[in-house]
Design a protein around this ligand. Structure first.
Ligand SMILES: [Zn+2]
Length: 433
């Protein structure tokens, strides 16, 4: 199958390159804001127009044409950076608007320099060596990590040892990797490049292990119905305390002072560090669930997740911090593409499925809804005593088992829940990282 994989790694920029990157990011930010203003004006004109259909909202292509016409007179400085940066910024703007109209995101905002340098995307000729990447206009940039970015198309694994072994067996196809785009971004003084690579990998063997229900835990990051727990990273706690302390100190510094600038950097660095820990934990968790790194177990043939909506979650479901921070959407996204890679089928339980309330042994609801602070589930009907998260995970598994059994044989109150179990397909999630 053909997949598009993302790789992100840190750049080791020299002074000249850093200036070029700042210029490109500035150009992208400026274009985004310019395009947003143009679109806003068009929407405002449409509102007051007698015939709203006569007012056309400019698309990224329209705006790019318009920008090109303005460049020689209005924005000659734009010629110093690649034309890709503004072009991709306008495309991002279109995406921002369609996400807003699809109710996936808030209304697009203007980008401020004070909120961060931001990022820019380049397309075209991108070449990669063991410790460098060649980007259009910017040139050859050193990478901190050696041998991480793929130089060939066989990307089934990024594990260097495995790749070496494969090479020995003659399995690696040594065509150069096909790079689609590179996005350069800055975070807390570090510069990164994230590249999209097209690759053809062998189809995964269908997973044959027992199906697994996965509950996103409160105490732990996630709990599987077979009892496997994925704990929260230990490093998180200490860094969170430190972050709280540093931000408190920062807020007390005099505005405009040098000390405030310094403490701002400190806070940014800590945010970055905490973000890294969380991101890593989430990647490990989704990989563990889909690929089952444990040697004793097979990859689960089906994985059943809760379909949590974020608004509802904030009200009554204090999720593990790693997931709450990186986002449920991100968790779902990773689960979707990883289950595609590893040959598991992914299902979402319906929103109204009471996975935490139901008893996983006798499948009855308690007469009084369970208080969310109670850590242990005690069933009043059959006397089951079980960890709350594990009970929920088992309920999700039961939902799957019941739906593959005879639907007619199920009780009246169970049938709608089982019928609503939805399989998740990959078509919406082209991006992977
Ligand atoms: Zn029970």
């Amino acid at each position: 199958m053909e997949i598009i994989r993302g790789y992100k790694t840190e750049l080791d920029l020299n002074h000249k390159q850093r200036t070029a990157c700042l210029q490109h990011a500035g150009s992208a930010r400026f274009t985004y804001n310019w395009g947003l203003a143009r679109k806003q004006a068009a929407y405002a004109a449409r509102k007051v127009a007698a015939d709203p259909t006569s007012v056309k909202i400019p698309t990224a292509i329209d705006l790019h044409k318009e920008l090109n016409a303005l460049k020689p007179t209005e924005f000659p400085w734009m010629y110093e950076s690649s034309k890709c940066a503004p072009q991709e910024a306008l495309r991002d703007l279109d995406t921002a608007f369609s996400n807003f109209f699809a109710k996936r995101a808030k209304y697009p905002k203007f980008k401020k320099r004070s909120k961060g340098i931001g990022s820019f995307t380049l397309t075209g000729a991108i070449h990669v060596g063991p410790d460098w990447i060649q980007l259009p206009v910017i040139g050859k940039v050193r990478l901190f990590e050696h041998g991480y970015l793929p130089q060939d198309t066989d990307l089934h694994t990024t594990d260097r040892k495995t790749r070496k072994k494969w090479k020995k067996k003659g399995r690696v196809v040594t065509e150069p990797a096909h790079y689609l785009s590179a996005t350069v971004s800055e975070r807390a003084g570090h510069w990164f490049v994230s590249v999209q690579v097209k690759a053809i990998v062998p189809d995964p063997e269908p997973a044959t292990g027992n199906p697994s229900g996965v509950d996103l835990g409160i105490k732990t990051l996630a709990v599987c119905s077979d009892g496997q727990e994925i704990p929260n990273p230990k490093a998180l706690r200490g860094n969170l305390d430190k972050l709280k302390r540093t931000s408190r100190h920062h807020s007390k510094k005099k505005k405009g002072s040098n000390n405030r600038k310094k403490s701002k950097q400190q806070v940014a660095r800590l945010h970055y560090r905490v973000g890294c820990i969380r991101e890593n934990a989430l990647h490990q968790a989704t990989a563990t669930i889909t690929a089952k790194a444990k040697p004793s177990s097979k990859r689960p043939q089906a994985i059943i997740l809760e379909d949590l909506n974020v608004a509802g979650m904030l009200k009554n479901h204090k999720l593990a911090q790693a997931i709450a921070d990186v986002g449920l959407g991100e968790f779902r996204r990773q689960m979707t593409y990883k289950s595609h890679w590893y040959g598991n089928r992914l299902y979402l339980a319906p929103r109204f499925f009471p996975s935490t309330q139901l008893c996983s042994q006798c499948h009855r609801l308690p007469s009084v809804p369970l208080d969310l602070s109670v850590r242990t589930y005690c069933c009043e009907h059959c006397g089951l005593v079980l960890d709350r998260d594990l009970n929920a995970a088992r309920n999700l598994l039961w939902l799957y088992t019941a739906s593959s059994a005879e639907i007619d044989a199920l009780g009246e109150n169970v049938r709608p829940m089982v019928l609503a179990l939805a399989a998740v397909s990959l078509k919406k999630e082209p991006n992977t990282e």
